[in-house]
Design a protein around this ligand. Structure first.
Ligand code: SAM
Length: 208
């Protein structure tokens, strides 16, 4: 599996630990010009695989630092013959640092770790710094999708984005956050949340 992982990984040479790191050459990474989508914290990779199979002309980059999740994704990629996914098996923030400005057309942040205790809120992936990074790498008009089952995380996300002028929340009616996206494929975490009686919420932002 190690050889397969290195064949589909974003080259480490570009990343934070390397003082000479450069911006990623996305064309070289995917062997040609493609629209680029990004999924952060893909867990077991169910949604990433679904999007890759449904959108073969798109290049998808998935980030996940949980080793078992990466192993599950790689097994599914091999089994399904997925060729349009590249993997960053480390902290997503390191990868975002080396993505070119305006290079991403869609980003997915699906059920980010909730960090419910107030003293841990600064560990939440939705933060002013990470929204700055999303704003830089998303092209104008690009979509940022955030799903969560934690009401306080949803409030937190809406508050932080409302205070900025670079993201517009696209909801017009309650169905827009209560109903999943038409191309949605449920994740392991979502299935567990529903089993345990929590209600998913789906937020769509547009990069202005
Ligand atoms: C609650 S789980 C949800 C997983 C998946 N999206 C789902 O819906 O089943 C959050 C995931 O985000 C990953 N994660 C958290 N922070 C991350 C980071 N900075 N970089 C990469 N992955 C991260 C965690 O390892 C975890 O697998």
């Amino acid at each position: 599996m190690d050889a397969y992982l290195s064949s589909v990984s974003v080259p480490e040479a570009d990343l934070r630990r390397n003082p000479d790191r450069r911006q990623i050459d996305l064309q070289a990474l995917f062997g040609g010009q493609r629209e680029i989508w990004l999924e952060i914290g893909f867990g077991g990779g169910e949604h990433l695989i679904h999007q890759a199979l449904a959108n073969p002309s798109v290049g998808l980059i998935g980030c996940e630092h949980y080793v078992d999740g990466v192993a599950k994704l790689l097994a599914a990629m091999k089994c399904e013959g997925v060729e349009n996914v590249r993997v960053h098996p480390y902290d997503a923030r390191d990868l975002m640092d080396v993505l070119p400005d305006g290079s991403v057309s869609k980003a997915f942040l699906l059920y980010p770790d909730p960090w419910p205790k107030t003293r841990h809120h600064k560990r939440r992936f939705v933060s002013p710094e990470n929204l700055d990074a999303f704003a830089r790498i998303l092209r104008p008009g690009a979509e940022l999708r955030v799903a969560s089952d934690i009401p306080d995380y949803i409030r937190h996300t809406l508050q932080l984005t409302r205070d900025r002028d670079d993201f517009e929340w696209m909801a017009r009616t309650s169905a827009d956050w209560r109903e999943a996206w038409p191309d949605w494929s449920s994740t392991r975490y979502e299935a567990k949340a529903i089993r345990e009686g929590r209600t998913p919420c789906y937020l769509t932002f547009r990069r202005v």
